[in-house]
Design a protein around this ligand. Structure first.
Ligand code: FAD
Length: 601
């Protein structure tokens, strides 16, 4: 029986980062993934980043993960989202060539000497509590042994595909189904509700009348994700996206066929992502609205298809054809792959710790869509946490927790382990209490200390040290330089001026003959802009941090009559390990929080 320290089941975005980060420690990793499923595939929109997600990609990058690097290498259109809003909520989004993304991700995994790639479907998992090992059996009969097991099975657990009346078993189109949660892990709690997600039809790119659509070119000023890439130099040729709109004909076709929609006729019981609704959802949720954006996005430099973002659907083929052709510019559109929805099993994440290890089954970790999230970046961010922690645990080292006050990954993980999910979870900036501090531009400043403490000795070290040295020098300069007449510090001036702080700081430095790296100038200028808020939020964070890591005895709290029955029931369900988790339980009353805070020393 071949043995590994860690086996990762799954080669999606969660699996890739889990295996990659784990392999950065002295451990042997096996990655098992199904035949016929590409490593790093993008089964929905081939785009990485976006609001709240671009921040995660940079956090992953600063910890040494792969997503940002692979996205840049395969990026064919860049945009900065939320440009009209403040710098704090701006995020980079990169449309990628889906074949190149999968190719580069596969190469990274295959070339890593500490990772062994195993092709096959896991059909049985045995856990020996005494030996503290997991034995996995593939459908071929091959068996492997591991000390730690990371499950990143995405939408595959008992996956069921829907398109009109057609119902098929499968993890996604043209892919097999995996055994469900109950078959693989009888002792692990799955959510009673199943989740679902859907995807739009893919259209032959030669059959679109682009001249009647609005072109959106790749943005030259957006920054690459990976720290070692020249921030603005593109690796691939850049393509445009185009904007189309639905109209009253599109929406009437959908509304008239409500009974043929698996979402509305009872065929699908799973809950879909609120923030990525299907066109059917939009048609019935916004009855007074017929116009919705449809972004026509390329799937690759050579790909025959484009992705019509905004019209995910599980309606029958003929209805998909009809409503797509009602859109101006798509009158002659030929659908090459029809849209569909997939329903799948999800683990109850309140059974997981902040390391993403199962509370009852030591050594078993979960990450990605199987945890009830939706999105590549969310999956990858969890993969980082599970990968690092499984390796640390193998080596008997202290666990790694990235707090919610320093990272979006931390926000997500804490949200997941604290509350029972009743719908797919997606990150966005409003989920973070201190989004002015956890920005895309300062990811290196926020994350570098953690990477160093983990002892991940990667190439990033030298770059990071010089960035941090310049950053601290410039910060010192802007805080201490005072205008002779007004006595105002440069940082106050940047904050109060009506002009863009980055350009103002650049100009000042040029006039003084001082030279700093552009990215450092950007981070310092934005930090100055938010300085007042950040100081206040740091005071809040300090207070919060002081308490949030304090352990709470949930067993005692659920017996405590000072706490309402409802709150006791919620505490008993979640079993919070610390005050931070208790405070984040959905529906917990302020009085309970105050009572528990009073018991902490
Ligand atoms: C139809 C569809 C629509 C989607 N729509 C959206 C959307 O609107 N918005 C959005 O953000 N995201 C969407 N996604 C989700 C997106 O695919 C995921 O968020 C992301 O891919 C999750 O990554 P993951 O690593 O968790 O899992 P996946 O990418 O699903 O990877 C799962 C991996 O597990 C492996 N695997 C599964 N079971 C087994 C087994 N028993 N044995 C061995 N290997 C196994 C598979 O081979 C695969 O490599 C959609 C996905 C699909 C399929």
């Amino acid at each position: 029986l071949k043995e590994f320290d860690i086996i990762v089941v799954g080669g999606g975005h969660a699996g890739i980062e889990s295996a990659w980060l784990a392999s950065q420690f002295e451990v042997r990793v096996g990655m098992v993934t199904m035949n016929g499923v590409e490593i790093g595939s993008t089964p929905c929109n081939p785009s990485i980043g976006g609001v709240g997600k671009g921040q995660v990609v940079r956090e992953i990058d600063c910890l040494g993960g792969l997503m940002g690097k692979v996205a840049d290498r395969s990026g064919i259109q860049y945009r900065t989202l939320n440009e009209s809003k403040g710098y704090a909520v701006q995020s980079t989004r990169v449309q990628v060539d889906k074949d190149l993304y999968a190719q580069y991700a596969t190469e990274e995994i295959e070339e890593n000497e500490r990772i062994e790639l195993i092709r096959g479907k896991v059909v049985e998992i045995e856990h020996s509590e005494n030996l503290k090992t997991f034995t996995i059996t593939l459908s071929s009969g091959d068996q492997f042994l591991a000390k730690k097991l990371i499950i990143t099975t995405g939408t595959f657990l008992k996956g069921k595909l829907h398109r009109g009346e057609e119902v098929k078993n499968g993890g996604r189109v043209s892919c097999e189904q995996s055994p469900g949660m109950e078959e693989l892990f009888p002792k692990v709690g799955r959510l009673r509700k199943r989740f679902k997600t859907g995807t739009p039809p893919r259209i032959d790119r030669e059959t679109i009348n682009y001249s009647s659509l609005v072109e959106q070119k790749s943005d030259r000023t957006s920054q690459n994700f990976h720290w070692a890439h020249d921030p603005k130099k593109r690796i691939q040729e850049q393509l445009s996206c185009y904007i189309a709109h639905t109209n009253s004909n599109t929406l009437s076709t959908i509304r008239e066929n409500k009974e043929k929609s698996p979402i509305f006729n009872g065929q699908i019981s799973g809950v879909g992502p609120r923030y990525c609704p299907s066109i059917e959802d939009k048609a019935f949720r916004y009855l007074d609205r017929d116009i919705h954006h449809v972004f026509i996005e390329p799937e690759g430099l050579q790909a025959a298809t484009v992705y019509p973002n905004g019209v995910s659907t599980s309606l029958p083929k003929e209805i998909q054809q009809e409503f797509i052709r009602s859109i101006v510019g798509l009158e002659k559109a030929k659908i090459l792959v029809y849209g569909y929805a997939v329903e799948y099993d999800v683990v109850d994440t309140t059974e997981l710790r902040e390391t993403l290890e199962h509370k009852k089954i030591q050594g078993l970790y979960f990450a990605g869509q199987v945890c009830g999230t939706s999105g590549y970046e969310e999956a990858a961010g969890q993969g980082v946490i599970a990968g690092i922690n499984s390796a640390l645990s193998c080596l008997g080292r202290e666990e790694f927790i990235l707090g919610r006050t320093v990272s979006y990954i931390g926000v997500m993980v804490q949200d997941l382990v604290t509350n029972v999910r009743d719908e797919p979870y997606r990150l966005f900036t409003a989920r973070a209490e201190n989004r002015l501090t956890i920005r895309e531009d300062n990811a290196l400043v926020r994350i570098s200390g953690y990477r160093k403490a983990l002892g991940l000795d990667m190439e990033i070290d030298r770059y990071q040290s010089s960035f941090m040295a310049e950053y601290e020098l410039l910060l010192h300069l802007v805080e201490n330089y005072r205008d002779r007449q007004s006595k105002m510090s440069l940082s106050s001036y940047l904050r109060q001026s009506d002009r863009d702080p980055i350009n103002t700081l650049l100009e000042y430095l040029e006039n003084e003959g001082l030279s700093f790296t552009r990215e450092v100038i950007r981070t310092v200028a934005i930090s100055c802009l938010y300085d007042g808020y950040i100081t206040r939020s740091h005071q809040e964070i300090e207070k919060f941090e002081k308490y949030s890591r304090k352990m709470v005895q949930w067993e005692a709290l659920i017996e405590n009559s000072n706490i309402s029955n409802e709150c006791r029931a919620r505490i008993s369900k979640v079993r919070p390990e610390n005050f931070g988790q208790l405070r984040n339980i959905e529906g917990i009353r302020p009085a309970t929080v105050a009572f528990v805070a009073g018991t902490l020393r």
